[in-house]
Structure formats: C-alpha cells, structure tokens
Design a binder for this molecule. Structure first.
Ligand code: PEP
Length: 248
C-alpha cells in the first residue's frame, strides 16, 4: 500500500507573511495518513524549514543546480538545500523545460546531485497539447522517464518520485480526466516494472495539472495515482486542505 502524497508547488508566489499564515494554518490540522509537502521559492525555504521542523509537513525546493558547487552565479546546489533541512526537490517542471530549455539529460544530472545530497527528487514528466494532439503522449513521457531509468541505480530509483503533469493542464484550469491521467500513470508504472517489479509497486506517481478540491477525489481514487502536485490551489490553505482530505 503506497502512502498518498499531497505536494504544493508555490511557484514564484509568496512573501514572509504568506509563509507564516499559510503554514500555520496547515500546522493547525491533525496529521492524516497522506504525507504533505510544500515547495516554496528559495528565499522562503529557511523560514519554512524552521517553522515546520519536526512537524508532519516536509519542505521541498523547486529546482537545484546540476553542478556540485563553484562559479555558477545565481545557482543553488543540492547540498545547500539539504543543509537548510529541505527533504525534496522538484526537477524538470515544465516551466523549467519551457522557459529554461532544460533537457532530459540536465534533469538526470540534477537528480544525481539531489540523490547524492540525500534529497528526494520529484521528477516531472508531461506532454504539451501539440504532442497530445499528435498522438505522441506515450512517446514523450516514456522518453522523459527512461532517461532516469537507464542511468540511475535501483537504490537511487527507489528514492525517486515521479509527477505526471500534462503541460496543457498546468495553470490552465483544464484537467486531464481521471481516465486520461490513469492511462499515463499505468504506462509509466509499467515502464518501471520492466526495470524492477517491486520498484514499480512502491514508486509514487503524482498527478499535477489544475488539481482542485472539486476534481481531486476522482483523480486520487485511480489505482495508479498516488497523490497530487498542486500549483494554484496550494496557495489557498482551505483548497489545499480540501485536496489533502480527498487523498485520505
Ligand atoms: C504545477 O505548478 O505543477 C501545477 C500543477 O500547477 P496548477 O495546479 O496550478 O495547474
């Protein structure tokens, strides 16, 4: 039985005030069975890890550098994130792939750095609308996932979380139907099963793309959807908590 995971990607939103208000509202809740994670922007990570230390809520960063350290102005290393008490790192989000031309190989290199620093990589895969309409969804998501499966060791892969985020559904209000999302999740899990059956049974596959309180339950009840990566709705404590409830 896989533990459900509900993760909030704040993207480039927030302030010190929002961190305090939102996280205190989340902390006021009872821990439930689903694991909760928040991904604030870099400047608020330290504040968040201090506030959430020892609680049922974990903190992730939205990216990390593919370099270990050195002359890479503006970059943030995986080791620095671990030093702050961050436990997870989002990699290959479609906004990184789209606006920063991040490639599958760079995502792999970042995942290696994250794992070496004891961070859990949450690797995003997903097709654009044009790719879906061209019937290329399976090819695209399998290519993105296979880059990791071919290179990481079994022990490393055991720590990886995958988020299926159809690009056309992110921040658009369009959501994949539960059946569309399940189909892709099952495909991804089957690809992992070719590497190792136990790994496929334990790996978490999150769905992301306009997940809201009114569509969360139907997505989260699908057999291969183990949780949600939530953007917009994670900035509103009531909505985020309603999604977390739907994950129970
Ligand atoms: C995301 O940022 O990863 C995301 C899924 O955003 P939204 O929920 O707003 O579509």
């Amino acid at each position: 039985m896989r533990q459900k995971l509900v993760a909030g990607n704040w993207k480039m939103h927030g302030s010190q005030r929002l961190v305090t208000d939102l996280l205190n509202k989340l902390l006021n809740q009872q821990p439930l069975s689903a694991k909760v994670l928040v991904f604030p922007p870099y400047p608020y990570l330290s504040q968040a890890t201090k506030l959430l230390a020892g609680s049922f809520i974990g903190v992730g960063a939205q990216d990390c550098s593919q370099a270990e350290e050195g002359a890479y102005t503006s970059e943030v290393s995986a080791a620095m994130l671990a030093d702050l008490g961050v436990s997870h790192v989002l990699l290959g989000h479609s906004e990184r792939r789209q606006y920063h031309a991040e490639t599958d190989t760079q995502v792999l290199e970042k995942a290696k750095r994250a794992l070496a620093a004891n961070l859990i990589p949450v690797v995003c895969v997903g097709e654009t609308l044009a790719e879906r309409e061209a019937g290329a969804t399976a090819e695209v998501v399998l290519r993105q996932l296979t880059t990791l499966l071919d290179d990481l060791s079994l022990d490393e892969l055991k720590k990886v979380v995958v988020a299926y985020e159809p690009v056309w559904a992110i921040g658009t209000g369009l959501t994949a139907t539960p059946e569309q999302a399940q189909e892709v999740h099952a495909l991804l899990r089957a690809a992992v099963a070719k590497v190792d059956k136990d790994l496929a049974a334990s790996m978490l596959f999150l769905y992301g793309g306009s997940m809201k309180p009114d569509n969360a339950a139907s997505l989260l009840e699908m057999p291969d959807i183990d949780g949600g990566l939530i953007g917009g709705a994670s900035l509103d404590a009531d909505q985020f908590l309603a999604i977390r409830k739907a994950a129970e």
